[in-house]
Ligand binder design. Structure first.
Ligand SMILES: NC(=O)c1ccc[n+]([C@@H]2O[C@H](COP(=O)([O-])OP(=O)(O)OC[C@H]3O[C@@H](n4cnc5c(N)ncnc54)[C@H](OP(=O)(O)O)[C@@H]3O)[C@@H](O)[C@H]2O)c1
Length: 248
């Protein structure tokens, strides 16, 4: 595993070999035969990384992209991600691209763990938009990474990976509250007001607020067929996360 000297490696299972490095520098690829690229493809590192993998003779590579690539909103990183995917597509690697939706399931996620902690404290939740969401549980995504490495059918293919079913945002919040055995009062907030509040408070960007109102539902049938991808429901995953966070 490649990790920066500043990375928290305490979360890794025992026995994992850690090589210090960062994507801006030449990669320590000696004896590496397969790579799983987990850093964002929106940082601009993909072209030089692909070149290094090709030169080093590393053949198999799985890249974690994102369904955010489909956003219709202006996004600074989207063009970088689209270019990164095309560089992978045009490479001589045996590549697979996995595009997860929002990933949740551990205390280290930056989305559902925050929602659960908020719902534990507050019986009232501001509802901004009521778009479709389909977050993917982290272990289901990890299973798809392993299946990709094991499956020749996934070579030169790109897959969207989502949770079992899409939910409206209100339903997602109610399901999270239910996992905590809480009732929640949803108070609709107009999108325009939330965008202004985001600009003023800078807690989240106005782009992130606008994305709340964008549907984020994706078909994962090709992954089900080639990778045996069978994601769990949000109801099951959020219950597991609430327990893992010690909130039950
Ligand atoms: N989180 C989500 O909900 C979500 C949704 C869809 C897709 N994705 C995609 O899934 C992947 C993982 O997401 P994530 O949220 O776990 O990402 P993350 O926390 O931003 O980063 C993942 C890893 O990349 C490492 N990294 C970042 N820059 C690096 C550099 N310059 N050199 C070496 N290592 C570097 C980080 O190291 P440090 O530990 O040192 O920071 C971290 O271990 C990404 O490709 C992301 O775009 C995430």
């Amino acid at each position: 595993m490649l990790a920066r000297t500043t990375s928290d490696v305490s979360v890794l299972p025992p026995g994992v070999e850690v090589r210090a490095g960062q994507l801006e520098d030449p990669l320590p690829l000696a004896d590496v035969t397969s790579v799983v690229y987990c850093a964002s493809m929106g940082f601009g590192h993909i072209p030089p990384v692909v070149q290094q993998l090709e030169s080093a003779g590393v053949k198999r590579a799985v890249f974690i992209s994102t369904t955010a690539i489909f956003t219709s909103l202006p996004s600074r990183s989207r063009a970088v991600r689209v270019h990164a995917e095309s560089v992978v597509n045009n490479s001589s690697l045996d590549w697979t691209i996995l595009r997860p939706t929002m990933i949740y399931g551990t205390a280290r996620d930056r989305n559902i763990s925050r929602l659960l902690r908020l719902l534990k404290r507050s019986p009232v939740f501001p509802l901004c938009g009521n778009a479709l969401w389909q977050p993917v549980y982290v272990e289901d995504l990890a299973g798809a990474v392993v299946s990709s490495l094991d499956s020749d059918a996934s070579i030169s293919r790109t897959y969207n990976l989502a949770g079992a079913c899409a939910l409206r945002f209100a339903e997602l919040v109610r399901t999270a509250a239910h996992a905590l055995s809480r009732r929640v009062l949803l108070v609709p907030v107009p999108l325009s007001a939330a965008v202004v509040a985001a600009r003023l408070t800078r807690v989240v960007t106005s782009e992130q607020v606008r994305r709340l109102a964008e549907d984020k539902a994706f078909d994962y049938a090709p992954a089900a067929q080639d990778l045996g991808f069978k994601p769990r429901s949000f109801s099951e995953g959020v219950h597991l996360e609430a327990r893992a966070l010690g909130l039950l």
